[in-house]
Write a protein that binds this ligand. Structure first.
Ligand SMILES: *[C@@H]1O[C@H](CO)[C@@H](O)[C@H](O)[C@H]1NC(C)=O
Ligand SMILES: *[C@@H]1O[C@H](CO)[C@@H](O)[C@H](O)[C@H]1NC(C)=O
Ligand SMILES: *[C@@H]1O[C@H](CO)[C@@H](O)[C@H](O)[C@H]1NC(C)=O
Ligand SMILES: *[C@@H]1O[C@H](CO)[C@@H](O)[C@H](O)[C@H]1NC(C)=O
Ligand SMILES: *[C@@H]1O[C@H](CO)[C@@H](O)[C@H](O)[C@H]1NC(C)=O
Ligand SMILES: *[C@@H]1O[C@H](CO)[C@@H](O)[C@H](O)[C@H]1NC(C)=O
Length: 457
């Protein structure tokens, strides 16, 4: 009779996260890493073609009376050379005599990079975090030296041959100069992030659900002598994931703490990697049943993806307790499962006939002739975690008084449909002892922890 128990459904999470890959006409910026003696790519700097609207985030190396001088680079005889993008901002000068109209400028993406000019002398070894001019060349860096006149600094390249560097630059009058000391451009890399004051934009919430998947069917049965609320706790497991997006000039993989505006904390992630955990929760099935009656319950759920936009304050921490903060917005994507129980009609276990519903005589007839229970009695659709927390409350004697009104404090029992069911069960119990049931009311809790089962895979 109840053999269609374990309906195992395989369900593959199709993580269709739209990868927000920036249009890469722009090229990566290399940083020298002393630890590995090699060059890695910065996540917050890029070489890009000039756009007037992004000027505020271009990295300046010097000032002039006409405006800042930005860092640019252009190909010269096959080599990528560092240059000066001077006011009028039309060409990149790579030497006293060569300028190019085709060039790239150094951009600090979303102003997210912490860059400093560090003092440098020719015998210094290549410093950690030094910005290289060409990703493929680990010996040419960006330098500058205070100018005697004209611009505030003369910008140029620092080239290392073996262990000694040379700063080669040119001034506002295009005189070429070499120097033994000056400054070198360094990006200070973040060590961790914190998303603070995260505010979700509920209007942007998009939820996608699969059709309900039946996880298991149960039978709630009152084998006792008195009317009772029969309950059963179902423990179920599912995989929950949440992702907070990527991009924004935030280094992929760095530890990121997340705190909502209301102070609640989400699990720490590594930026751009979703957080994933297997969750175990309880769901309580319950039904008021007369003795000798039973009810089928279908426990089912929908796999649900929820996307929502958020704004947050991003605090970036660097070594030596340095930190900076800025506003960002992003998208949070959650994959979870929402479960519910569908209660069938109550029947006599002795002869399998439905317990008549006797609100009116006509309903009785209709119900008894209806072969299948209507599917229209879902209980309150609760977030499963609310339910789990309510389940932990023990049954209290106070529930007794309100037997007909929903016999527990649980929200589910208070939904109108469920109330109706309960009434039906008690009034319809003609052959049993309705009066008895009404006078000696108490709540019997049959607690059955079902064998735990995995919801998928
Ligand atoms: C209860 O489930 C059994 C088998 O799963 C089915 O044969 C029976 O018709 C169901 N009864 C009701 C009232 O839904
Ligand atoms: C970039 O950030 C720094 C430090 O937070 C700030 O001082 C500066 O004004 C910002 N620049 C722009 C163009 O927003
Ligand atoms: C959760 O995911 C892991 C690995 O992807 C898998 O081994 C496990 O069975 C999943 N758990 C459930 C309840 O689906
Ligand atoms: C950074 O802060 C911690 C505690 O707040 C302190 O112990 C540590 O000395 C600080 N480090 C530096 C370099 O200031
Ligand atoms: C699951 O999906 C069905 C059909 O789309 C819907 O009627 C039901 O309310 C959903 N259940 C939950 C718990 O979200
Ligand atoms: C089934 O049994 C119950 C009591 O056990 C009785 O009240 C009811 O009339 C029976 N139904 C049928 C159709 O025999």
């Amino acid at each position: 009779m109840k053999n269609r128990n374990r309906i195992c459904e395989r369900w593959w999470v199709v993580a269709m996260m739209a990868m927000a890959v920036p249009a890469l006409a722009d090229s990566g910026v290399g940083l020298f890493k002393t630890q590995f003696n090699s060059v890695t790519t910065s996540s917050t700097l890029q070489w890009t073609t000039l756009k007037k609207e992004n000027m505020a985030n271009y990295v300046a190396g010097a000032d002039s009376e006409q405006g800042p001088i930005y860092l640019c680079r252009a190909r010269h005889d096959g080599d990528m050379l560092l240059g000066q993008l001077r006011p009028k901002y039309k060409t990149c000068a790579v030497s006293g005599t060569k300028t190019y109209e085709s060039f790239e400028v150094l951009e600090n993406i979303e102003n997210a990079s912490l860059i400093i000019w560090k003092t440098w002398v020719k015998f210094d070894s290549k410093p950690n975090g030094a910005v290289v001019v060409d990703l493929a060349v680990d010996s040419v860096f960006i330098g500058r030296k205070k100018a005697e006149s004209g611009f505030t600094y003369n910008i140029g390249r620092i080239s290392y041959d073996s262990n000694i560097g040379h700063l080669i630059t040119f001034d506002d009058k295009n005189n070429e100069l070499t120097a033994d000391n000056g400054e070198i451009l360094i990006e200070i890399e973040p060590v961790s992030y914190k998303l603070q004051n995260v505010v979700l934009d509920e209007n942007s919430l998009h939820s996608r659900q699969t059709d309900p998947v039946i996880f298991q069917e149960f039978l709630l049965e009152n084998k006792g002598d008195v009317a009772a609320t029969v309950t059963m706790e179902v423990e179920y497991k599912f995989n929950y994931t949440v992702s907070w997006g990527h991009g924004h000039g935030i280094s992929t993989g760095l530890d990121t703490d997340i705190e909502m505006a209301d102070g609640s904390i989400f699990p720490r992630i590594r930026w751009a990697n979703p957080f994933k955990e297997e969750r175990k929760e309880l769901y309580k099935l319950e039904k008021y049943l007369l003795p000798g009656t039973a009810c089928n319950v279908t426990f089912r759920g929908n796999y649900t993806d929820r996307d929502v936009q958020y704004t947050a304050k991003l605090i970036t921490s660097y070594k030596d307790n340095l930190s900076r903060s800025r506003e960002i917005h992003g998208e949070r994507i959650e994959n979870t499962v929402e479960v519910e129980a569908i209660y069938g009609e109550v029947f006599f276990t002795g002869n399998n006939s439905l317990v008549p519903t006797t609100t009116t005589t006509t309903t009785t007839t209709t119900t008894t002739t209806t072969p299948l229970p209507p599917k229209t009695i879902p209980p309150a659709l609760e977030e499963n975690n609310n339910i789990a927390s309510e389940i932990k409350k023990p049954d209290h004697p106070e529930e007794v008084d309100s037997k007909m009104q929903g016999d527990s404090s649980e929200a589910i029992a208070k939904t109108p449909t469920v109330k109706e069911d309960i009434k039906t069960a008690s009034v319809g119990g003609l052959g049993s002892k309705p009066n008895d049931a009404n006078t000696r009311v108490f709540v019997l809790s049959l607690l059955i922890i079902s064998p735990l089962f995995a919801l998928l895979l």
